[in-house]
Design a protein around this ligand. Structure first.
Ligand SMILES: *Cc1c(COP(=O)(O)O)cnc(C)c1O
Ligand SMILES: [Zn+2]
Length: 420
């Protein structure tokens, strides 16, 4: 069993840069900087290199995210009793590429995860670590997917889940949390207020903290999406990866995954990372365009999973785009709805609004010449369209209405193939 101590050297504060050697205790934030002092985990690549090789990977029949457990800060390596997190397909999308002007367009479909979003990759690591450390209750605040994912992954292991959600969480996600048996507290307030209440409860009751902004393990779980993309590209980096951004943990994880592989000598470079937000809530894009620090932004987008006015992980998100030579851009909600329909009707891939934002951003980047037709481009579908059926219906349009009368079939104009 490869213990955490053999995988990581310690932690480094993203604010003050101070390093803390691993002393057998998991850390959340920097003792000097407090809550804003989010930590990076410093991996021991020389040690990991000996155990994680291309040969070992190609001989490994486990295609869940635990295939990469050598790069995950947990003690165990047998996760057979977990939900099957990760291992999602990478689809080549020729029809979508033809429409949007790309010769090498791909979608990494993380909507197929057990609770139907990429968040399962973080929740898998969270419940693994909570169980290893002997916690019985795991808690978080979330705009929806982190919570429903934590609830499902916790239920599978018999852990108790406590969740703080803002009132606006969509029904699909809420129904998951409730059915998974979590204690759900709907907070009358925005996401920031929700987050602060969850932190107070976690401090008071001593639960395991799955808040992705604070717990540095969560990004490491999410990075497995990048590890998979690299392996699915046969360890050649794609040119671009498009990723939607709320708190900034997902995009931070995408960067960390590729960077790990470069450090291990398994990949030549990190792909350029495109960070996409909605124009209704885009603190990162605003800051990048104005060349200043982040300011709190309005939360005014139908893409609930990325409606985050005060992102919890700004340093890691900014670094992902900067260090990869990528870019930031924002797309309006109308473009997001349109992308839901296009992705689904052209390729059979169903995305919730936040996930479709990445696709809409990719389309805009291709149209504006930021990304070229010959460059390989991977869009991450971070959540299933079933998560938010209200907005999916807005994107999808209306069914035809008909009397049950065969004589009137011709009135429906069904003879022509294809609706668009
Ligand atoms: C959480 C989430 C995001 C954004 O991830 P952050 O870590 O908050 O930036 C994007 N899409 C979906 C579907 C999500 O659930
Ligand atoms: Zn610090």
């Amino acid at each position: 069993m490869t213990k955490v101590a053999q995988k990581i050297k310690g932690y480094r504060c993203t604010l003050c840069g101070k390093e803390f050697a691993y002393d057998g205790k998991d850390r959340l934030t920097c003792p000097d900087c407090g809550e804003k002092g989010i930590l990076d985990i410093v991996f021991d690549y020389a040690s990991i290199k000996k155990r994680l090789t291309r040969e070992k990977l190609s001989a490994n029949p486990n295609f869940t995210m635990w295939r990469y457990h050598e790069l995950l800060p947990v003690d165990g390596e047998d996760f057979h009793d977990f939900l099957r997190d990760g291992g999602s397909p990478l689809y080549r999308c020729k029809r979508l590429g033809a429409l949007w002007g790309s010769d090498a367009l791909y979608v990494k479909d993380d909507g197929i995860n057990p609770t139907a979003s990429l968040k399962d990759r973080a929740s898998g690591v969270a419940v693994a670590r909570a169980r290893e450390l002997g916690y019985h209750t795991i808690a978080c605040s979330s705009t929806g997917n982190a919570a429903s994912s934590m609830a499902g992954n916790a239920a599978r292991l018999g852990l108790r889940a406590v969740i703080f959600v803002p009132e606006r969480a969509p029904q699909g996600k809420l129904s998951q949390m409730l059915c998974f048996g979590a204690k759900v507290i709907s907070v009358r307030g925005d996401y920031k207020a929700t987050f602060d209440l969850s932190r107070a409860a976690i401090d008071r009751y001593g639960w395991y903290n799955r808040n992705a902004g604070i717990n540095p393990l969560m990004i490491e779980g999410k990075k497995t999406v990048a590890l998979e993309i690299a392996e699915q590209f046969n360890f050649k980096a794609p040119d671009w990866v498009a990723c939607s951004v709320g708190d900034g943990c997902t995009i931070g994880g995408v960067y960390n995954g590729f960077r790990d592989l470069v450090e291990l000598g398994l990949l030549d470079r990190v792909p350029k990372i495109l960070g996409v937000q909605s124009t209704g809530c885009c603190p990162f894009v605003d800051a990048a365009e104005a060349g200043r620090d982040l300011k709190p932004a309005a939360e005014n987008t139908l893409a609930d999973s990325i409606s985050v006015g005060v992102p919890r992980n700004p340093v890691k998100a900014l670094r992902a785009v900067r260090e990869s030579g990528g870019s930031w851009l924002a797309v309006p909600d109308e473009a997001i709805l349109k992308a839901i329909k296009t992705l689904a009707s052209r390729e059979g891939l169903f995305a919730e609004p936040a996930a479709a934002a990445a696709a809409a951003g990719a389309e805009k980047a291709l149209r504006e010449g930021l990304i070229h037709a010959h460059e390989s481009l991977v869009i991450i579908n971070s959540g299933s369209g079933l998560k938010d059926s209200k907005n999916a219906l807005r994107a999808g349009g209306q069914p035809l209405s008909a009397d049950p009368d065969p004589e009137k079939l011709d009135d429906l104009d069904l003879g022509q193939a294809g609706e668009q």
